[in-house]
Design a protein around this ligand. Sequence first.
Ligand code: BDR
Ligand code: CA
Length: 297
Amino acid sequence: MKCIIDTDPGADDVLALIMALNAAQMDILALTTVEGNATLAHTTANALRLLEYMGRTDIPVYAGSSEPLVGEFHHAYEVHGDEGLTVRLPDTDMPPANGDAVDFIIETALETPGEVTLFALGPLTNVARALMKEERLKDALRRVYIMGGTGDSGGNVTPYAEFNIYDDPHAANAVFGSGAPVTLLGLNISHQTSIARDDEVWFTGDAPGERLAARIVENWFELGQAEQRFSMHDPVTIMAALRPDLIRTRAATLSVETEGERVGEITADYDSGGSVDVAVGVESEEALSFMRGLLRG
Ligand code: BDR
Ligand code: CA
């Protein structure tokens, strides 16, 4: 599976990236970064440092958008820690790749039509800009796996909205309305695949990726004293791509509220079908155990 992972690391982003790096089936062509959980400088630095830590400096990192399509990004340092990550990874000399994330996504997908799978783990700004800039992209992408939306759960920024959609609702509308084949995984799925605060036996291995994941989760609970569970938000996209048998989806046409109190709220029309496969169910135990296995390497 040829993949590009668009990301704003981000504690749970890093868990998803470790899983992807450990997945033999995944050929990661590049990471592309977007502002979201933290500034673009922070998310790009975290992506580069992670690749250095995992010994994968062969994978390029293309920096992308530092502004949403409209307005300004809201960050989540209070959740993800200083510099956007609850663990400060060692510095790296690895520079970002020359070129823009949006152009990289377009050019790479068009080179091998139908082969590139795109993962979107942050606000959808880069993905939307790519789809708006190149009309052929929607047919060239094999599939886009997106962490976003609430499903039938409440929101995590407001009662109505999930962070990635809330941060750039115009981009979300552009992606959902583009006709690109999307699988959408929301809080309804990630809340069902979560690690409990008192679960001390979850991380027991000593591979570097698993050790880092353990420290990230431990420090995340330290930062959020009221939190009792760490939801595997971004990791569920990797799980869904590799084990589609573990989720249930329904095709829908989606629209996103862009203004007012309910900004970021998604409305789904399931009656007319559509290009977005919304995840509506997950085999929680099996999905968690699959993700745990991938973190182990
Ligand atoms: C999403 O928001 C971000 O804070 C996480 O990294 C995840 O992508 C969850 O709502
Ligand atoms: Ca993220």
